[in-house]
Design a protein around this ligand. Structure first.
Ligand code: ZN
Ligand code: FE
Length: 257
């Protein structure tokens, strides 16, 4: 039951790149390296040697550092088999339910399409952590660039079913902006109000709002709550409406927000 140590590196305007280190073996991964330099700097500071890149999806702000990091370290690149043609330097192709070992720490691969067709998440059950890129954000979710509302809703439900204590490491610091929209959807949700206050304190102190937890998102994130009467009502639909329709309308309104 090996656990991982997590190091978060804020890069560009709002991306989070994350280092994962399994101390027993020394194996070290970087999740979604947007750019190479800050990764190299942090590796040097920690005295870690990069063994793997884990990509959640193909977008440049998640893979831009791949080839330079491979050139500098010779590390492996793990990405979705379904999207192998778009993941620069991919060497290990994975899909739904596969287990990937970072040294002695196991990660389960979850396919979570919608933002892109080949989007995946890496769930480390023993470390109570999931790395989910741009599928799920705190108080929001990714835009549907390549998927239908149906696909994204089922991806979000899959993430929602992870143990409530699971730490959710998403790819961007979008929480405050997402919160401004969420507040319009569920005015009377106390969990949302508690989270918004916490987010305001964290951002005022220039601290990250990520990771969040599955429990917190289940309670406060409107996009995980499309099957509640409150959210259906908020988008002008009857309680009991197909959650896919509620989710689609919520996503449409957020896109126009
Ligand atoms: Zn993306
Ligand atoms: Fe992104």
């Amino acid at each position: 039951m090996a656990k991982i140590v997590v190091e978060q590196i804020p890069v560009l305007s709002d991306n989070y790149v994350t280092l994962l280190h399994e101390a027993g073996s020394g194996a070290t991964a970087v999740v979604d390296p947007a750019v190479p330099e800050p990764v190299i700097e942090r590796l040097d500071a920690k005295g870690w040697r990069l063994t793997h890149i884990l990509n959640t999806h193909h977008h440049g702000d998640h893979t831009g550092g791949n080839l330079e990091l491979v050139r500098r370290t010779g590390c492996a690149v793990v990405g979705a088999a379904r999207d192998a043609g778009r993941i620069p330097g991919i060497t290990v192709e994975v899909g739904e339910g596969d287990t990937f070992m970072l040294g002695a720490a196991a990660a389960v691969v979850l396919e979570v399409p919608g933002h892109t067709s080949g989007h995946i998440a890496f769930w480390f059950p023993d470390s109570h952590a999931v790395f989910c890129g741009d599928a799920l954000f705190s108080l929001g979710c990714g835009r549907l660039f390549e998927g239908s509302p149906e696909e994204m809703w089922s991806s979000l439900k899959k993430l929602r079913e992870l143990p409530p204590t699971t730490l959710v490491y998403c790819g961007h610091e979008y929480t405050a902006g997402n919160g401004r929209f969420a507040r319009l959807v569920e005015r009377d949700n106390p969990a949302l109000h508690a989270r918004l206050e916490q987010v305001e304190r964290l951002r005022a102190a220039n601290r990250p709002t990520v990771p969040t937890t599955i429990a917190e998102e289940r309670a406060a994130n409107p996009f995980l709550r499309a099957d509640t009467a409150a959210v259906a009502k908020a988008v002008g639909m009857e309680p009991g409406t197909d959650p896919v329709r509620v989710f689609a309308e919520l996503r449409r309104r957020k896109d126009a927000f």
